[in-house]
Structures are given as structure tokens and as C-alpha cells.
Design a protein around this ligand. Structure first.
Ligand code: KIV
Ligand code: ZN
Length: 401
């Protein structure tokens, strides 16, 4: 059955925690307003107990954002919850997001608590948060390495205590799509009161599977996906929002689910984040990388020029990229070169084009990036040997040699 998957953006919290990605208060507000424009359902604005700056940033975002819910993260303790509530309470749609670890590894080696103690903490935290805020999300940290039966018990307890969303983090990026999908299915079938809460997932990318795991979860009943712009986040990052959204949109028939994201805002949002943090995405990054809609191979260029559908599964404009790019380089063919030359105002006969192409091919042996100026130069002057150009010689003179 078709449903709208909730997109929970944690760029300003999990993303900002990553080395090199810190943002100041004004930058966080700027990005939050863009995330709202993008149409995300929930913006996790920060971890208010962490610092005064984080607290102030969350508070400011809560005051200015109206359409998206504003979540603040806190550990399962009253002090943390109070601070978070103070930060988000002015939001039109505030959410308290509290968490505690549920895996044996974390409970024993990090918290030094028994299962019963963790269960008690989770219940108390959610009840305390619920007395303040109607919308309470509970995360079972390291859920993917937790005992599934214990996870069911924890989720049943916190839903009973008032949690509106229960979240299954693959905290250490250990999950595999089929296993993680199975876990979601298991929880859907075995948490007796699951219909009273939304089921969320939060995947990290340590094995490069955060997006695949999130999508497997969607296929198995998850209602919310937590993700970040450009996939930034702790260590190898979180599931990339743009990839999750565009997978569901481009392959709608495979998922039958949609999101409320305005996909045309994906590229502008990605670029805004890069500008704010000073960290570019890698050129081959899906959806928003410089090369995502660039074609250099001759056969591909020829195919795209005949019909973009030959080599593009989505229109660049659908994700906010103005147009595809035919990159001229050593793999380019005559058709792409001619097309580019026409845009620069040159009309050549086949014979003339052969000559320009010969010069162009030689130039690409020595020069990686061919600019418009190079092409103008080649077209109006002439090339006789690698890199050697004879100024003031018209191409006609060159042809007559
Ligand atoms: O990765 C994680 O487990 C988290 C939780 C706090 C949601 O970021
Ligand atoms: Zn995380």
C-alpha cells in the first residue's frame, strides 16, 4: 500500500558531529530554513545539552521553522530532557528525541547496566519527556547488534510510555540490507503495540550500505528514514538523503512509496552545505556530485545528444541541476565536439571538422581539461603538432597546407 515515508534530516546533529563539519548558529539557521524549503518532515536541529551554542542554535531554529518538526537529541536522563525541551518548546511542532543503548556490547562495556536497568531508564525517560512534549522519539542505540527479542520488549515498553516514534539505528554501520530488512519485518510483526508508533531507521555507512539498508527497511515496513545531506555524519557518515529520496522517486514502481521532499531543492541544498562547511562532495557522488550528470565517453556523449534517456535515469533538472554536461576530453567523439562548437557559434563542414577534431585529439593527449577558449583557439587558428599552435593562421590556411 502506498504511503508517505517521513524524512528525518539529521545533518545539523549527526552530520555536524563529524570532524570538519561544525557550523555556527547563523549557518545552522540558514541550512535549517533550506531544509524546510526542501520539504523534510523533521529537522534534528542539534544536541542541546552538548554546548550553549548548540542549545542556542536549536532554540533559534525552533523559533523560525514552521513547517517541519524540530527535534532535539538527548540521552535518557531528566537533565538532558529538560535542556532539550527548553530548546525545542517554542517550535510549532517540537519533538524530543531520547536514546539509550540496547546491545549487550554497549550495555556491558559502555553503560555498565543490566537489561532490566536499561529498560527502566528507557521507560522513565520516555514518560518524563511525554509529560512535556506530545511528540517523543525513542532510539535504541546499536539496535542492529541488539538481541531482537530484547528490542521488542524495549519498544513495547516505550510505546506504552508514550513514544510516538521508535527508531532502529544501525549505529556502527554493521547491517546488511537483507538482514536489516528482516529485523524491521520482525519488529513490525512482534512488537505488539507497534501500530501506535512510527517505525524509524537510522543507518551509518561504515560498510557503504547506509542507503541500501534504509531502503531495505522501507521495503519491510519502516515509516521514517533518518538521513543527512551529502551523507555527512559520524565516521563514514549517514544515509544520504538525496540518494534515499531519488531512489524512491526514480524507482517508484519498485517501492510504491513517496516522500514529501521537493527534489528540485536537492542540489541547491547540497551546495549550500558545501559552501557553509567548505567541504565539497566527491565528483562522482550520486545525485549531487559534479559528474553525476556529466558525460565524457564518446559513445555516451553521442547517445545522450541523441536522447538523454540513453544514459540518464533521471533528468538533472528534477534534482535541481540546471543541465547535463558534456565534458570534452580524450574520450570524446566528433559528434560531441561538433555540438559544442555549434554552441560556440562555429559551423564546420565535415572536412573542416576532421581537422579540428585531429587538433582537439592531440590537445587532449597533453591537456586534461579542454576549455571553451581552447576550442575557440583550435577553431580559428590551427594545430600542427602536439601543443604547438600557430596564431593568426586561419583554419582555411591550415587546410590548404
Ligand atoms: O547512530 C546512532 O545510534 C545515533 C542515535 C543517537 C540515533 O545517532
Ligand atoms: Zn547516528
Amino acid at each position: 500500500m502506498k504511503k508517505q515515508i517521513q524524512i528525518f534530516d539529521t545533518t545539523l546533529r549527526d552530520g555536524e558531529q563529524a570532524p570538519g563539519f561544525s557550523m555556527n548558529k547563523a549557518e545552522k539557521l540558514q541550512l535549517a530554513l533550506q531544509l524546510e524549503k526542501l520539504g523534510v518532515d523533521v529537522i534534528e536541529a542539534g544536541f542541546p545539552i552538548c554546548s550553549n551554542d548548540d542549545f542556542e542554535a536549536v532554540k533559534q531554529i525552533a523559533r523560525h521553522v514552521t513547517n517541519s518538526s524540530i527535534a532535539g537529541l538527548c540521552r535518557a536522563s531528566q537533565k538532558d530532557i529538560d535542556r532539550t525541551w527548553e530548546a525545542v518548546k517554542e517550535a510549532r511542532k517540537p519533538r524530543i528525541h531520547t536514546f539509550i543503548a540496547t546491545s549487550d556490547i554497549h550495555m556491558e562495556h559502555k553503560l555498565g547496566k543490566t537489561r532490566a536497568e536499561v529498560l527502566e531508564h528507557a521507560k522513565a525517560a520516555v514518560s518524563y519527556a511525554k509529560d512535556r512534549c506530545a511528540d517523543v522519539e525513542f532510539s535504541a542505540e546499536d539496535a542492529s547488534r541488539s538481541d531482537p527479542d530484547f528490542l521488542c520488549e524495549v519498544f513495547e515498553t516505550v510505546i506504552e510510555a508514550g513514544a510516538t516514534v521508535v527508531n532502529v539505528p544501525d549505529t556502527v554501520g554493521y547491517g546488511l540490507p537483507w538482514e536489516f530488512g528482516e529485523l524491521i519485518k520482525f519488529l513490525k510483526e512482534n512488537v505488539s503495540n507497534i501500530e501506535k508508533a512510527g517505525l524509524s531507521v537510522h543507518c551509518h555507512d561504515d560498510l557503504g550500505m547506509a542507503v541500501a539498508n534504509s531502503l531495505a527497511a522501507v521495503m519491510n515496513g519502516a515509516d521514517q528514514v533518518e538521513c543527512t545531506i551529502n551523507g555527512i555524519g559520524e565516521r563514514a557518515g549517514n544515509a544520504s538523503l538525496e540518494e534515499v529520496v531519488m531512489a524512491m522517486k526514480t524507482r517508484f514502481k519498485a517501492f510504491s512509496h513517496e516522500t514529501g521532499v521537493i527534489s528540485e531543492e536537492l542540489f541547491p541544498t547540497s551546495r549550500m552545505l558545501s559552501e557553509i562547511t567548505g567541504i565539497d562532495v566527491q565528483p562522482n557522488k550520486a545525485i549531487v556530485g559534479d559528474n553525476a550528470f556529466a558525460h565524457e565517453a564518446g559513445i555516451h556523449q553521442d547517445g545522450v545528444l541523441k536522447n538523454p534517456l540513453n544514459y540518464e535515469i533521471m533528468e538533472p533538472q528534477k534534482v535541481g541541476v540546471p543541465e547535463n554536461r558534456i565534458v570534452l576530453g580524450k574520450h570524446s567523439g566528433r559528434n560531441a565536439l561538433n555540438n559544442h562548437l555549434k554552441r560556440l557559434g562555429f559551423q564546420f563542414t565535415q572536412k573542416e571538422l576532421d581537422v579540428v577534431y585531429k587538433g582537439f585529439s592531440r590537445l587532449t593527449d597533453t591537456k586534461k581539461t579542454i576549455t571553451d577558449n581552447d576550442l575557440i583557439y583550435l577553431s580559428t587558428n590551427g594545430v600542427t603538432e602536439i601543443g604547438a599552435r600557430f596564431a593568426h593562421e586561419s583554419i582555411q590556411n591550415y587546410l590548404n597546407k
